[in-house]
Design a protein around this ligand. Structure first.
Ligand code: HSE
Length: 422
């Protein structure tokens, strides 16, 4: 390690999050820098950021890899993406530099290799803001809940999708809500990662690896986005006491297999997670010693992310030299999604003529799927009706067969379902 008295920092990236980290650290004449013995030595900025001028006492490198050539104790990686970030972090460990990163994609894909590299060199890798930005779930799992056996983690882990779904619930279109989320700096550079459920999948993968000690990356789990949800689904869901959210779940099943999934769900409207609006993220952790732990906070945006990054720096400052306990070689088995059971919300658009409801419900009977609620709505389109069906518990693979068979009927024009989380 370099200078023991000051912790010397190099920041890689100079976008929204990096400038927010810099601003928070420098606020009040550098109160946090002084209190925690930190010094910003250099910044790797491919280009200037018109919002913040870098003071002359901080070196600027246009090649971010040059940050690692400086005499620094920690590199703060805020460039995002997978391949270059992986090279940068691997190189940091080679050069005996500790890492703080907000990058969930690189952790999900290469976490195991990075954790192992840190362990081998007796270095630290911190990543609080990789999941839920500054809302503190990583250190909570690693330390405060360490005495517990965790059986399930459920979370709304993507601020952008919660923002979009909240706006759609109020009647706004999907496209304009997404554009707002992008302007507010919540969305990924490629928003498909958000709306396609992949960002939440990366995050639940990281949490599953901490909670169940399974090495990353986790493969073969179910991922679905919010792209096909329609505004009217919120009205139908609301009539039955539900709202629609994007949920990511990691769960240890009775047979010890790990089930991981990331997809939209109907949730009771007034539940803890169901009532979280906008960019807020929420997590429920089921533990054996303290029951269910609930946590909520802003899950995206530069200030929240900066809060998580700085919490890592403070942790390093207070406990430096402490070795992390990662599980890089544990064996585990992933549970199959197709054999899981849910209740389902179906929305079926079909010809509005006598016998339609009977033909559709007979398909449910044929697949032995019980119907709990059946409502028929007049559709705005000519000569069609919308049937809203809530099923009893049924197996995922049966429901997919049922959907295929409903779609094959000449009288149906749109068949969709959303799982209900109970
Ligand atoms: N795009 C992410 C989100 C940012 O919307 O949650 C925080 O990881």
């Amino acid at each position: 390690m370099a200078n023991q008295s000051k912790i010397r920092l190099g920041i890689c990236g100079w976008g929204n999050v990096a400038t927010a980290v810099y601003s928070a650290l420098s606020a009040n004449r550098g109160e946090l820098l002084k209190k925690y013995n930190l010094e910003i030595v250099c910044i790797g900025a491919r280009r200037d950021n018109p919002n913040i001028k870098i003071p002359s006492n901080i070196k600027v490198h246009r090649n971010i890899f040059d940050v690692l050539e400086d005499d620094i104790d920690i590199v703060i990686e805020l460039i995002g993406g997978v391949d270059v970030a992986f090279q940068l972090l691997s190189k940091a460990f080679e050069r005996r530099i500790n890492v703080v990163t907000a990058n969930k994609a690189v952790l999900f894909e290469h976490g195991n290799k990075l954790f192992k590299a840190a362990l081998d060199k007796n270095l630290s890798i911190y990543f609080e803001s990789s999941v839920c930005a500054g809302t503190p779930i990583i250190k909570l799992l690693k330390t405060d809940l360490a005495a517990n056996r965790i059986s399930k983690i459920s979370g709304m882990l993507n601020g952008t999708t919660n923002y979009i779904l909240t706006k759609m619930e109020k009647g706004q279109s999907y496209a304009s809500a997404l554009s707002e989320a992008q302007q507010l700096g919540y969305a990924e550079a490629d928003p498909k990662l958000d709306v396609g459920g992949i960002d939440a999948a990366h995050k639940i993968g990281i949490l599953a690896s901490l909670a169940f000690q399974c090495p990353l990356p986790l493969k073969k789990f179910f991922i679905e986005g919010i792209e096909s949800i329609k505004k009217e689904d919120f009205d139908f869901a609301r009539e039955q006491g539900y709202t629609i959210k994007h949920l990511a779940v990691a769960e240890k099943q009775k047979n010890k297999e790990i089930l991981v999934r990331s997809h939209p769900v109907l949730l009771p409207f007034n539940s803890n997670l169901g009532s979280l609006k906008g960019v807020r993220n929420g997590i429920e952790v089921r533990t054996n010693l303290i029951g269910e732990v609930h946590l909520a906070g802003s899950g995206a945006g530069k200030e929240s992310t900066a809060s998580g990054v700085i919490s890592d720096l403070i942790h390093f400052s207070k406990h430096r030299g402490m070795q992390e306990d990662f599980y890089t070689s544990n064996k585990f088995k992933m549970a199959k999604f197709s054999t899981q059971s849910f209740k389902y919300y179906f929305s079926i658009e079909a010809e509005d003529k006598p016998g339609t409801a009977a033909k559709l419900t007979s398909q449910f009977a044929k697949h032995q799927v019980g119907i709990d609620v059946l409502i028929q709505k007049e559709s705005k389109k000519n000569c069609t009706a919308r049937l809203i069906i809530i099923t009893d518990l049924a197996e995922e693979k049966i429901i997919n067969k049922l959907k295929n068979n409903l779609e094959k009927l000449s009288l149906t024009s749109d068949v969709r379902f959303i799982r209900i989380e109970i």
